[in-house]
Design a protein around this ligand. Structure first.
Ligand SMILES: Cc1cc2nc3c(=O)[nH]c(=O)nc-3n(C[C@H](O)[C@H](O)[C@H](O)COP(=O)(O)OP(=O)(O)OC[C@H]3O[C@@H](n4cnc5c(N)ncnc54)[C@H](O)[C@@H]3O)c2cc1C
Length: 460
């Protein structure tokens, strides 16, 4: 593809086409995972839907690979590509809240920090990710697990409608009453079906939670996990808390002697009266000696950005994921074993509860199928020095090899890496065939293939 072709695209759009001869090309091509070093022919910073239509038509007509970027957090780096065109929404981050309808509409480049900031001003929120810089678009299209999921469902369960540009360059609205098949597929099927230009969510009254972080040394893992699994199975849905294995982070409430030591953590918040929240957290303060903790009134917007300083753009990253029917003794034993050698302070091994409102939606009501499991696990390894790539990838793979047989056969699509693509049918379980039919209807040529790819039904 020569530079004249991209000049022609530039003339059709209001946003900027950035090519390798421009000063900010290296900045513009970089995604969150520093291991991804791809060189697109051009990055289009879209400014409006018309730009997206032009880009889709351009990519389809010229046979150019097309990557879509919301927040750029995809661990496999699906927000970029070699030699193709990246449609980047970094310049479209607006969020409009309608408090009387209890809805909020986000442009496709909004992050969860943008979204929570906008809705938080009205004392409202919806389920989003646990890090502020993650994109609303990519997270929601894959499902969306966060602190509010037990009470309000996954992010995709709160999606009311989406504006979409299809592979034909047509603008359509997907909702419960328009293009229902597309709406079904977007709620878990990722970016396989079109370019989503904005997303409208239900929002709920959420303001200052009672929560924070408790950190224990790894030797207390069995006691803490034992209490956690019993508690979370029947806990009031106001409580959103996950259990994780980490290295002790360099935070002021953890004594320095524990920094870098293998630890177990509980992180979350109670979205209800604070005196009741204090009562709900108390058993976790009593179950084992606490190495460090801070608990108290915590705005939801703060809880959702608590870890942001630990996760700057550019860390190396490699991820795997499993769904678990239960946190059995065997699961805890495996987690402890690998927790002992957890490779970096940015490595996160979290056990997120999948219950409450998430389970009130049927397996086939949205594309996200794994609703009758009880936990989603990420083995999300991040580190700074590329010299450790081989060793850290091996740690993730070895851990996954022992955890996977204890699970439900697949992992959460948003926590998978590029080498998980062969498991795509398992990732969608009983929903795969229907997704492939929707794909054949909206993207028969598989224009949107830089993702955990669902092949159009009938194609090879
Ligand atoms: C630090 C970190 C924390 C995370 N925390 C959570 C969490 O708490 N809960 C959770 O569920 N997940 C979490 N994730 C995983 C996250 O959901 C996925 O990485 C998700 O894909 C990120 O979306 P994005 O828009 O930032 O990424 P991008 O890399 O921009 O996009 C990811 C995928 O979405 C598609 N996509 C993006 N924008 C569009 C669009 N406008 N139209 C169509 N397709 C699009 C892309 O094609 C790509 O395949 C986290 C990831 C990281 C790195």
């Amino acid at each position: 593809m020569d530079s004249n072709s991209f000049q022609a695209l530039q003339e059709k759009v209001r946003g900027r086409v950035i090519t390798s001869d421009q000063q900010d090309y290296d900045d513009a091509r970089a995604v969150f995972n520093g291991m991804i070093d791809k060189r697109p022919a051009a990055i289009l910073r879209v400014s409006q839907v018309a730009d997206v239509i032009a880009a889709v038509n351009f990519a389809r007509d010229t046979g150019t690979d097309l990557a879509l970027r919301g927040g750029g957090h995809s661990a496999p780096g699906f927000g970029t590509c070699d030699g193709g065109l990246v449609v980047d929404f970094a310049g479209c981050r607006g969020v409009r809240v309608d408090p009387s309808a209890a809805t909020a509409r986000a442009e496709a480049g909004a992050t969860w920090a943008d979204f929570n900031h906008a809705t938080g001003a009205f004392g409202l929120a919806t389920t989003g990710g646990i890090i502020g810089s993650t994109g609303v678009a990519g997270l929601t299209l894959g499902g969306g697990i966060g602190y509010l999921a037990r009470k309000y469902g996954l992010s995709c369960d709160n999606l009311e409608s989406a504006d979409v540009v299809t592979a034909e360059g047509n603008f359509v609205i997907a909702s419960a009453t328009e293009n229902e098949d597309l709406f079904w597929a977007l709620r878990g099927g990722t970016g396989n079906f079109g370019v989503v230009t904005s997303l409208e969510f239900k929002v709920h009254p959420v303001d200052v939670l009672y929560g924070g972080v408790i950190i224990y040394l790894l030797e207390h893992a069995e006691a803490v996990a034992g209490l956690y699994r019993e508690y979370i199975a029947t806990a009031p849905e106001e409580m959103g808390v996950f259990l994780g294995f980490h290295q002790g982070p360099p935070v002021p409430f953890l004594p320095e002697e524990y920094h870098g030591k293998p630890v177990v953590v509980l992180v979350g918040g109670w979205a209800g009266p604070h005196n009741e929240g204090e009562r709900q957290w108390q058993p976790f303060l009593d179950v084992a000696p606490v190495a460090g903790s801070f608990l108290g009134p915590l705005p939801y917007t703060v809880l959702n950005t608590l870890f942001d300083p630990m996760y700057p753009k550019g860390l190396q990253a490699y991820w795997k994921s499993a769904f678990l029917p239960g946190m059995t003794d065997e699961v805890v034993r495996v987690a402890e074993k690998f927790g002992e050698g957890i490779p970096s302070v940015q490595t996160a091994n979290h056990f997120y509860p999948i219950n409450g409102a998430v389970q009130r939606v049927g397996r086939d009501e949205t594309a996200f199928p794994y609703r009758d499991v009880n936990f989603a696990v990420d083995i999300a390894c991040h580190w700074e020095d590329p010299a450790h790539n081989e060793a850290n990838i091996k740690w993730v793979r070895d851990y996954y090899a022992e955890l996977q047989p204890l699970g439900s056969g697949a992992g959460y699509v948003n926590f998978l890496d590029a080498d998980d693509q062969p498991n795509i049918k398992d990732t969608y379980a009983g929903n795969y065939a229907r997704l492939a039919e929707v794909k054949a209807k909206y993207d028969p040529g598989n224009l949107f293939h830089i993702n955990q790819n669902i092949k159009p039904a009938g194609s090879k």
